[in-house]
Write a protein that binds this ligand. Structure first.
Ligand code: ZN
Ligand code: FE
Length: 256
């Protein structure tokens, strides 16, 4: 396999991703914020789309699904837990389930928190995690349906993936996430370095993703809630990491 991943900018700040094996031509897309840019990307890479994989039911992730499926014949794949509120699925994936689209091996990981049925997709051969609205660069999704405990558990499972894994999140939120991260973790040199890079990328009109998990573990406050120094800054020294996580999420919700 010769794997290639295209970042497809959609709407104002969403991303979809096209993962393709250049040898076999097999191709899948992750999330469907809108049809046109995704169909353009598919057409530009040969016109074949085997499957469209959805991370969760929010409109900015599924809006283009029906049209993309209609135009390409792609199989629609999503979380079994969300089958009742997603467009009709050809395959419903459960937590930990490994499956293949042609030669492309994938694993679903349920990550409740942002929504109850949120699922992310890990592609080991591509060293890629398509993390939807669970894990962003320097941030994490808002808790719309799940508790802080749910989201913290989900993030811990993602944090245990190989550190060289590239994270492909559902939104370009890195710059604003970074301002919050700096406010709670001002002495973090790796964060300062990442923010300088993010600023340069955005100034050049380029995406700030993908980013490695290794780098996120050093810079993303929501993955670092177990760090004693960060907990101390929050006034939660010695408390369980999930409490620091919940406090970070609360503060981020009102941060300007
Ligand atoms: Zn969402
Ligand atoms: Fe979203």
């Amino acid at each position: 396999m010769v794997l290639k991943i295209d970042v497809i900018a959609c709407l104002s700040d969403n991303y979809a991703y096209l993962l393709r094996d250049e040898e076999s031509g097999a191709a899948v897309v992750f999330d469907a914020p809108e049809a046109a840019p995704i169909l353009d990307a598919v057409a530009a890479s040969g016109g074949r789309l085997d499957a469209l994989l959805l991370t969760h039911h929010h409109g900015d992730h599924i809006e283009g699904a029906a049209e993309i499926v209609g135009r390409t014949g792609a199989e629609l794949i999503g979380a079994a837990a969300d089958a009742h509120r997603l467009p009709p699925l050809g395959r419903a994936v459960t937590d930990g389930e490994s499956f293949a689209v042609g030669p492309l091996g994938l694993r679903g990981m349920a990550t409740p928190g942002h929504t109850r049925g949120h699922i992310v997709y890990y592609a080991p051969a591509a060293r890629a995690l398509f993390s939807g609205d669970t894990l962003f660069s320097l941030g994490c999704g808002r808790l719309f349906e799940g508790s802080a405990e749910d989201m913290w558990d989900s993030l811990l499972r993602l944090a245990a993936l190989p550190p060289e894994t590239f994270i492909y999140p559902g939104h370009e939120y890195t710059a604003s996430n970074g301002r919050f991260a700096l406010s709670v973790d001002p002495d973090n040199a790796a964060l300062a370095e990442r923010l300088a890079e993010v600023e340069a990328l955005r100034a050049a009109g380029r995406p700030t993703v993908p980013v490695t998990l290794k780098r996120e573990l050093l810079t993303n406050p929501f993955l670092r809630a177990g760090d004693p120094r960060l907990a101390g800054r929050l006034g939660l020294a010695g408390r369980p990491a999930v409490e620091a996580f919940a406090e970070l999420r609360r503060r981020k919700d009102t941060f300007r």
